[in-house]
Design a protein around this ligand. Structure first.
Ligand SMILES: [Zn+2]
Length: 248
């Protein structure tokens, strides 16, 4: 069969090439130089790639006519009226490897005029920080650390909120996580190992099929990371996703 013959010849040729490439150098290497052919290839590659200018956020950045954003509703026991927080984003270097979505402006709306003055001040200052450029994620920590001297309040689900300002900070954090500006906290290798051991133990005790991925179907919702990954083991509730644990 002619086809089979041809194939055999090809394999032999390939094997010979391999030998040539892996040639053993017996003598001492006294010097080296990059061959001209390589140099030409590099130059060609440089010509083919146009110089990229990466656009950064700065004060003089002209606001595009339309912006995309999200609105977050905040309902507190402090007021009958909800607070609406709208954050609009700009997309820098769209369609390139350096594409970056950044918050550009914030609006806070409420029927409650009691807070009008400082709410206007806060939105102007936060928007100005957004437009200044650089790392703006620190805003969330600053705002979340504000405590209302008259006492905070409990949100549904039993979570404590120290002030309305902290709640605004949390809405901004949620938004920054959504657009990828704040990366979710990653667990260390040791934590991952402990969680996978707990998962395996839980599966053995409950006669479940061991699984490599995912969480047990019977797991509860975690209030910290909002993942259905909380298992009960030795009287402790542990989230297999974020590691949040509570005993008793
Ligand atoms: Zn969790």
């Amino acid at each position: 069969m002619p086809l089979k013959k041809a194939t055999t010849v090809n394999i032999k040729a390939g094997a010979t090439d391999q030998v040539n490439i892996m040639r053993k150098i017996d003598k001492k290497i006294t010097g080296y130089s990059v061959s001209a052919a390589n140099e030409d290839a590099k130059n060609l590659a440089a010509l083919a790639e146009p110089a990229v200018t990466i656009e950064q956020m700065h004060e003089k950045f002209a606001r595009p006519e339309t912006l995309e954003g999200s609105t977050y509703k905040i309902k507190t026991p402090l007021s009958d009226h909800a607070l609406y927080i709208t954050i609009n984003d700009v997309i820098l270097n769209p369609g390139t490897d350096h594409e970056l979505r950044r918050p550009f402006e914030i609006f806070i709306n409420s029927k409650n005029l009691e807070h009008f003055q400082w709410v206007v001040a806060l939105t102007r200052v936060i928007s100005a920080v957004f437009r200044k450029g650089g790392d703006v994620t620190f805003l969330t920590e600053e705002l979340k650390a504000v405590f209302d001297p008259t006492g905070g309040y409990f949100k549904s689900g039993g979570r404590f909120m120290p002030s309305l300002v902290a709640e605004i900070g949390e809405a901004i954090e949620t938004h920054m996580k959504k657009i990828g500006l704040i990366k979710p906290e990653a667990l260390s290798d040791v934590q991952m190992e402990v969680l996978s051991e707990k998962k395996a133990e839980y599966e053995v005790r409950n006669n479940l099929q061991p699984s490599a991925e995912g969480f047990p179907a019977s797991a509860d919702l975690c209030l910290k990371c909002h993942t259905k990954a909380v298992i009960l083991l030795d009287g402790c509730k542990t989230c297999l996703s974020c590691g949040n644990s509570k005993c008793g």
